[in-house]
Ligand binder design. Sequence first.
Ligand code: BDR
Ligand code: CA
Length: 316
Amino acid sequence: PRPVILDGDPGHDDAINILLACSSPELEVLGVTTTYGNVGLERTTQNALIVRELINQTSGADFPIYAGADRPLVVPRLSAESVHGASGLDGPDFPTPKRGAEALHAAEFIIHSVRQRPHQVTLLPTGPLTNLALALRLAPDIAPLIREVVWMGGSLDTGNWTPSAEFNALCDPHAARIVFECAAETGLKLTMFGLNATHQAIANPARVAAFRQLGSKVGEFTAVLLEFFAEHHRERYGWDGGALHDPMTAAYLIAPDLFEVQAMRVDIDISDGLSAGRTVCDVWRVTGQPPNADVALKVNADGFFNLLVERIARYR
Ligand code: BDR
Ligand code: CA
């Protein structure tokens, strides 16, 4: 199996990404690292602990959790209680975590893991890129040793937090710039699942029902998460469900054929103007700059949801 580190801000869709990765024999979850994002760091870390407890109780799987950045590098911190509720994981009942997080900082765990297993470790960030940017600044030697980074964030077209910017990119544009520039400079393999891709996978009531019909604890947990997540998407976009952003990162490693990507140059706007945090994608190669990222374009949504249901079914 491919060793991965899941770096996120759980978060409903981050939580489902952790469930997907931990039930997939193609992946070996070395650890989960947390960042501020949807809510503050203390809550996102607590939510990661809750998800681990549930996974442990229903499959026996286990992994360490490391808390990381509690704020962006430069700009003030944003949060998304309007989407994820005050806890960041509003909706389902969950078990009380029996264990806490490790003492090591998330960025240090990333650095140690990559150095320990050179060219093997894949990073799946599903929140602001602050932890990864910190790791790359603390230990520039790890860039060529990372196997691959698959990030949920950004957008080829419109944003969701401003007309220009997606939430994860907007939270820490400077961190995103560090990561995308690192890819340009070192050849670090970087894939971006932006809103243009993730908005193709809507967890509509029929898809939510498939999780509930599993009749299991984790199936029900997933269904309730998706129902809560749907509320915001109904109000804001008029859709009949939430866009299931973050689990595309693990799904891409497990079943790459479900997705179509295109290599292009991506730069991040770090100005504080109208386009702050925008992932500027050079689709037509007008800059003459070589590509630094694979940008996801198309998603086989049915295939993606079938994979998710099949993997969630593996929990008792
Ligand atoms: C991203 O923002 C968060 O609210 C979600 O977890 C996802 O990572 C979508 O813009
Ligand atoms: Ca997230």
